[in-house]
Design a protein around this ligand. Structure first.
Ligand code: TRP
Ligand code: CA
Ligand code: ZN
Length: 320
């Protein structure tokens, strides 16, 4: 309602009682229930996809400077670790690089803890950072690595103070049978394992002919992702392209609740899937899967954007 200047001035001189009597002010009914003092959890921020793409550009450059790949035991892998660690340290994370041996070569897991939260309830999110030797591994798995990194940086920008403790991880030697994540889970005591309330895995989330697949392992985690995509009007399917083929299997085998997202690897998109997702039927989700052409050209930006935002949403929601 807009009031003219003289009326506004005269209202200032009236008492609340006079306003109520005059009908200008409606007081809430005495019987109205008080508003509960329970604030809703803050909504997750939008993750800028350009920032995720910038990390992919850095990972591509790292591969190019190191013989074309970022594989376990090769210099491009350690350079990838150093790049992520630098960003996380600058953002206030407590980082540690954990060495292990696989196939006679040294591997590295990078773990980044966000200070605060209940250490007896740890929410983890992770991605494998190694590529295969045949290429730079930008969709597999620069995509998951960069999106988890940018989500961690968003936690820092927002100075999130969640109820749970947040821990982000980047695994080495996934392409050698989940070696890094298995080493990590094996290194935890039974008590430490029981403190992990969930592990969220992101492996290949920017496939060029993308499907929208949600892991169906833990119903509560699955629902958070499914609801998010339903809100965007994007249909999802259950992830079925090879159970136990990524690092969530290491956690699942230890009895830890897991979830995650996936846009498809070497499998072929069906006609029905092409219709619902607007892709190309009869083509693989990722025709450069484990190939030299898995470069920054091998990314669907819309899929990368939606999945990055879904990661942030899940972390905000599941840690509150
Ligand atoms: N990292 C897997 C690999 O290189 C890719 C993959 C296949 C995957 N199937 C999956 C990842 C299912 C997550 C879920 O083989
Ligand atoms: Ca976004
Ligand atoms: Zn792979």
């Amino acid at each position: 309602m807009k009031l003219s200047a003289p009326i506004r001035t005269s209202l200032l001189t009236l008492t609340t009682a006079a306003l109520v009597t005059s009908g200008l002010l409606v007081m809430p009914a005495a019987t109205a229930a008080p508003t509960p003092e329970q604030p809703a959890a803050a909504a997750a921020p939008d993750i800028p996809v350009a920032d995720v793409q910038a990390h992919l550009g850095e990972l591509q450059s790292i591969a190019e400077a190191n013989g074309g790949n970022r594989a376990h035991g090769r210099p491009g892998y350690k350079a990838s670790i150093d790049y992520l660690k630098g960003k996380l340290d600058a953002a206030g994370f407590t980082t540690s690089v954990k060495e292990f041996t696989s196939g006679g070569a040294t591997g590295y897991n990078l773990v980044a803890d966000w200070p605060g939260g209940d250490e007896n309830q740890v929410l983890m999110a992770g991605a494998h950072l190694d590529s295969v030797a045949s290429g730079p591994g930008i969709n597999d798995n620069g995509s998951g690595s960069a999106a988890v990194l940018e989500t961690a940086l968003a936690v820092s920008r927002e100075q999130l103070a969640p109820a749970k403790h947040l821990r982000f991880a980047w695994w080495g030697a996934e392409e050698r049978g989940l070696a890094g994540s298995r080493t990590y889970v094996n290194s935890l005591s039974q008590t430490d394992r029981s403190k992990i309330s969930g592990y969220l895995n992101f492996d290949m989330i920017g496939s060029p002919n993308p499907g929208y697949f949600v892991y169906d392992d833990d119903p509560a985690i699955e629902k958070v992702f499914k609801d998010y995509f339903a809100g965007l009007g994007v249909p999802t399917e259950i992830e079925t392209e090879g159970d136990g083929r990524s690092d969530h299997a290491s956690f699942l085998d230890a009895g830890i609740p897991v979830g995650g997202l996936f846009t498809g690897a070497g499998n072929t998109m069906s006609g029905e899937q092409a219709q619902k997702w607007g892709g190309t039927a009869g083509e693989p989700f990722d025709r450069c899967y484990h190939s030299a052409c898995d470069t920054t050209e091998n990314i669907d930006e819309t899929a990368l954007d939606r999945n990055s935002d879904a990661i942030a949403h899940a972390i905000w929601e599941l840690s509150s």
